[in-house]
Design a protein. Structure first.
Length: 652
């Protein structure tokens, strides 16, 4: 048997959930939880057997996902076709047409074949329905006014909502479409799945044919327009050649060369003109020395050229220079001025002709470009029309049906195993909740740890080793303790001696051992030649003992039994020990017992223990209490502790 010393409790321990304590509490009500689980399984089974059965049927097929047909052109024609938007690629059909199948238009279209309005599974709307009495009373109490509803719209909204829940589209790992329909009638479920599959296939086929016909019509119209554009562009190009020139580029190049030549001549003449002006100014200023010549030559390098000297009639030898006459220079100046003006006029005229040729070339290039584009567009379109015309006669259907829906032989709902499992889980939760409520109402300790924490005793030990002392006489107790001393009694005795208390009260609350059993055992263990021990049982259920009227009398008590140094006391008169608590001389009687004996054990059980503790409140007393898990109430233990601190706890 182990000894447990109780430490000071942590102030934050009450704020946390003790999972072990919770588990122990639930385990104490395992029978209730088991019954709740069993009841949940029974109700789940009853519901599963009586619930409306639903059947599912599935149709599996693969939609033709091939792209729209078009001609594949290579090289320049392919590039032109891509730029013009006539490439062969198209947009693939959606693999899972969920929006189409669950749309109201599609459902109304199916109604013509499946008649959802006459099916009570889909059409649950009853225009003549009357609210229950309780619902109508509540509506009148809160002032609820029912708004007018269109019966046809209400019916269709109900059908669409039920259809959306009952028809599910899914995709298989191989890319096929799976239509799953739920219905209370297995044949009806199979019929709906097959009808939806046929409707999807026919709708997609009609859509492909319509798109192909529309594409062919569009290409034909576009081809006619391309041909018209080609003829118009060629006509404009021909008319331009007749009105202007068939070689605008050559004409523009010739006029550009002529203009460049005139500009070069004007530039050369301008250089000669500027040099002559400077030379004329020097002659007028009569600065005709060698330095002036060098400055002139540096500013106008053309002075040393043969052309300049030839114009002035000077020696063409570069090493020799002579200043010309002023009259000759003036004559040259007039000649260069006239030549410069004439070249400028020619340049202006040539520039106008070049600009006119450039405009003609620009117009011709534009007309030629439009003609080439029209010709390319016409070429691409004629090829597209040829290919589409050939392909329009062959319209393959690559839709594959893998499985037609057949009536199911077993219901898909309700799922009995799942319902039973949910019933068991619900029963578990309900049982656990009831267990916690009952545990809260009982207010007892369900684990030894919580019991020890609630007692806050300095020493705590298990009382299981003391069970053999129950209802034993003093002689039997002495014999038993001599043969096998109890470690629990030894540890408790040590604590009593350490406290220096001469008065020990032993209380018990709904335990297997009574306080008197433990008090007698402790008295037999702690007796000695020098220690006289008295035991007084204040419990109402104490056995009536034959009193020896010739025995020792201590106050209102007499010695009813004496073995060795242990004396069992009881009231000497007709009053019981509990009745003596209300007597005025109770405290004097207790003092008489304490003065007569070296150690006094007082014991009481259950409600009597509270009364005894109230009577002993304020006295120096070593308090030992016996408590039992699942039996001792926490309120009782707290009340005992408030009246007299608990120094020793014996738990079971």
């Amino acid at each position: 048997m182990g000894l447990v010393m109780q430490d000071t409790l942590n102030s934050n321990s009450d704020d946390e959930i003790d999972l072990r304590e919770l588990f122990v509490t639930l385990w104490a009500y395992k029978f209730l939880i088991t019954c709740a689980c069993a009841l949940g399984i029974v109700f789940g089974g009853y519901y599963a057997l009586n619930a409306e059965k639903e059947f599912t049927s599935a149709a599996i097929f693969k939609i033709d996902q091939s792209k729209s047909r078009g001609i594949s052109l290579g090289g320049e024609l392919g590039a032109l076709a891509s730029l013009a938007g006539f490439g062969g690629g198209g947009i693939a059909t959606s693999i899972l047409p969920t929006d189409q199948v669950t749309g109201r238009i599609f459902i109304e279209k199916l109604d013509a074949k499946l008649n959802f309005q006459a099916d009570p599974y889909f059409n649950t709307y009853d225009p003549n329905a009357v609210d229950p009495l309780w619902k109508s009373v509540i509506k009148r109490a809160i002032g609820w006014k029912k708004s007018s509803t269109d019966p046809q719209e209400a019916m269709w909204q109900g059908i669409v909502a039920k259809y959306t829940k009952s028809v599910v589209l899914d995709e298989t790992p191989d890319g096929a479409v799976k239509i799953v329909t739920t219905h209370v009638n297995p044949k009806r479920a199979a019929e709906i799945s097959n009808t939806i599959m046929d409707e999807i296939i026919s709708t997609l086929e009609n859509k492909r044919n319509t798109e192909q016909d529309a594409q062919l019509s569009y290409l034909s119209n576009t081809l006619a327009k391309a041909l018209s554009d080609l003829e118009a562009s060629q006509s404009r190009l021909k008319q331009f050649a007749l009105e202007n020139s068939a070689l605008p580029l050559e004409s523009f190049a010739a006029r550009s060369l002529q203009l460049d030549g005139l500009r070069e001549q004007l530039s050369r003449t301008t250089e000669l003109y500027d040099a002559v002006v400077a030379l004329s100014s020097m002659l007028q200023n009569k600065t005709t020395d060698q330095e002036s010549y060098l400055a002139l030559r540096q500013q106008f390098p053309i002075v040393d050229q043969v052309e300049f000297r030839r114009v002035l009639g000077q020696n063409e030898i570069i090493s020799s220079w002579s200043w010309p006459d002023a009259s000759s220079v003036d004559a040259v100046f007039d000649t260069l001025t006239e030549r410069k003006n004439r070249l400028q006029s020619q340049i202006n005229a040539a520039q106008i002709d070049a600009e006119r040729s450039g405009l003609a070339l620009e117009t011709y290039a534009k007309l030629e470009r439009e003609a080439k584009i029209a010709e390319a567009t016409y070429t691409v379109m004629i090829e597209q029309v040829k290919a589409q015309s050939m392909a329009s006669g062959y319209r393959p259907d690559r839709t594959e049906v893998y499985e037609y829906a057949s009536p199911s032989i077993s219901p898909s709902a309700p799922k009995r195993s799942l319902i039973l499992a949910l019933g068991a889980v619900l029963g578990l939760f309900v049982g656990a909740a009831l267990s916690l409520v009952l545990a809260l109402r009982r207010g007892v300790y369900y684990s030894k740890n919580s019991l020890i924490a609630g007692a806050q005793a300095g020493i705590a030990a298990s009382v299981s080793a003391l069970l053999p002392v129950r209802n034993k006489s003093l002689n039997e107790l002495n014999t038993m303790l001599i043969k096998k001393p109890s470690p629990v009694l030894r540890d408790v005795a040590v604590e009593i001696h350490k406290s220096s208390a001469k008065q020990v009260v032993v209380t018990a609350s709904r335990t297997k051992l009574t306080g008197n059993d433990v008090a007698r055992a402790l008295a037999c263990y702690m007796q000695s030649d020098t220690v006289n021990v008295a035991v007084v049982d204040f419990s109402s259920r104490a056995k009536k003992l034959d009193v020896d009227h010739d025995g020792l009398s201590v106050g209102s008590f007499v010695v009813a039994e004496n073995v060795g140094q242990v004396s069992i006391l009881r009231p000497g008169g007709d009053l019981t020990a509990m009745e003596l608590l209300s007597q005025r001389d109770f405290y004097s009687n207790i003092k008489s017992i304490n003065s007569t004996f070296d150690l006094v054990f007082l014991s009481a059980d259950d409600g009597d223990a509270i009364s005894l503790l109230r009577a002993l409140e304020g006295q120096k007393t070593f308090h030992i209490t016996l408590a039992r898990t699942k039996k001792t109430k926490s309120a009782t233990l707290a009340q005992m502790r408030s009246l007299l601190p608990i120094q020793g706890l014996l738990y079971d």
